[in-house]
Write a protein that binds this ligand. Sequence first.
Ligand SMILES: [Zn+2]
Length: 409
Amino acid sequence: MGRGRALLGQPVRSGRGVAAEELRRHNLGVVLKHLHMVGPVSRSELTAKTGLNRSTVADLVGELAARGVVTAGPSKIAPGPGRPSPIVDVRPHGAVVLAIEVAVDSLAVATVGIGGHIFNEIRVARPRGHFQPGQTVVDISQLARPLLAALPAEYNLVGAGVAIVGIVRRRDGFVQCAPHLGWQDIPFPDVLATEFVLDVPVRVANHADLGALGEYRRGGLAGVEHLVFVSGDVGIGCGVIVDGSPLLGSAGYAGEAGHNLINPDGRRCVCGSIGCWETEAGERALLRRVGAAAQGEGLDALARVEELAAGGDPATLAALAETGRWLGTGIRGLINVFNPEIVVLGGLYHRFFDYMEEAANETAAGAIDVSRRMTSIVRSSVGAGAALVGAAELVFDDVIADPAAILPG
Ligand SMILES: [Zn+2]
C-alpha cells in the first residue's frame, strides 16, 4: 500500500516566478501540516522530513510559534554527536474547530484542536422526525456553548465544520436536500449564523464525504490513498478518497451510491426512484426483515436487534445476513468502479459488522477478481465520530493551506 504520500504536502524550495513571500507562506503550511498529521518531532527530524534547510525550518517554526499554533519545547538529548534539537509540537488550542454533525438520529458537537486533539465531544439522540433547520441550530448552539466555555483560556476558534446527512453544494455549504431530515434548499451557513453568531468561517459538507476524510486522516488505516467509506443509517452514505484526494464531483454531490439501482423489482426510495441500494441494505430494510421483534424504528429498534442477535435469535441473524448480502452487492459495484485498497464500513455497518461481514464478502466477491483480491472490507476504527473528525479536518485544510492568512500574526 502506498500510504501517506499525499498526507504530507510537498515543500517548494525555489523556482522562478515563485515570489519569496508566497514560498514562505506555502512552506509554513508544509511544516504545520506535518505537525498536524504526525505529532511531535525534533526540529532536526522536521528538517529531514520536509527537505527544507535548517535555518528555514527554524524560522518557520518560530513564526508558527508566534502565531500560537506551535510550541518548541526542551531539547531531546540525542545519543552521539551533534547538538540537541528542540522538540516541536502543535499547540491544540492555538487553532480550534467547532465540529458539528447533523445525523438522522443524533446531533454531535466537538471542539477539536490542531493535531486532531479532541477537547470535548457530546452526542445527543434526537427522536426521529423532521427537525426544522432553525431548531437544529438552536440545539447545536446549546450543545456547543458549554464546550467552547470549557476550552483553555486564549483559545483561537478558526472555523466551524459541519457534516450533514444530505446533498450539499461544497462551494457554499448550501444543502440541496436532506430527505431523511426533511430539508430542501437550505443555506445552512446562513441559518447557523442567524441563530449562533460565531464570527468564523463555516464549512459544510456531506456526512459520508467527511466520514471518508476522517477515516483517511485519523482512522486505523490512515493514509491509505484509495479508500471508499460506506456508512449506513436510514440511508446509505458513501465517500471516496482517490489517490489521497476526496472525490467530490463537479459540485460536491459525488458518492450518492445509496441511490444506485440495485433491485429493479424493489421498493420505492425516499428519492422517488425504485430499488435504490438503501432500500435493500439500509436500516429500514434490516428492520423490515427482522419484523415485529424489532419493535419500531430508530436507535431503540437497533438496540433491540443487537440484543436479539447477541442472543443468537435465528430470524434476526438471517435478517442481518440478508442485509449484509445486499450491502456486499453494492460494494461489488464500488470495487469495480474505484479499485479501492479498503472499503471502510461505518454507522449501521460498524455496529453490526460481525453479523454482516461474511455475507457482505460473499456477494462483494462478484467484483472483478483482480480488483476484489486487493480490497479489504473493514470496520471503521473511528466509529461513530468519523464524520465529526472529518468536519474538523475540512477546516484545518483551510488553515494549512495558508496559516498566515488565518492565524493571528
Ligand atoms: Zn433513492
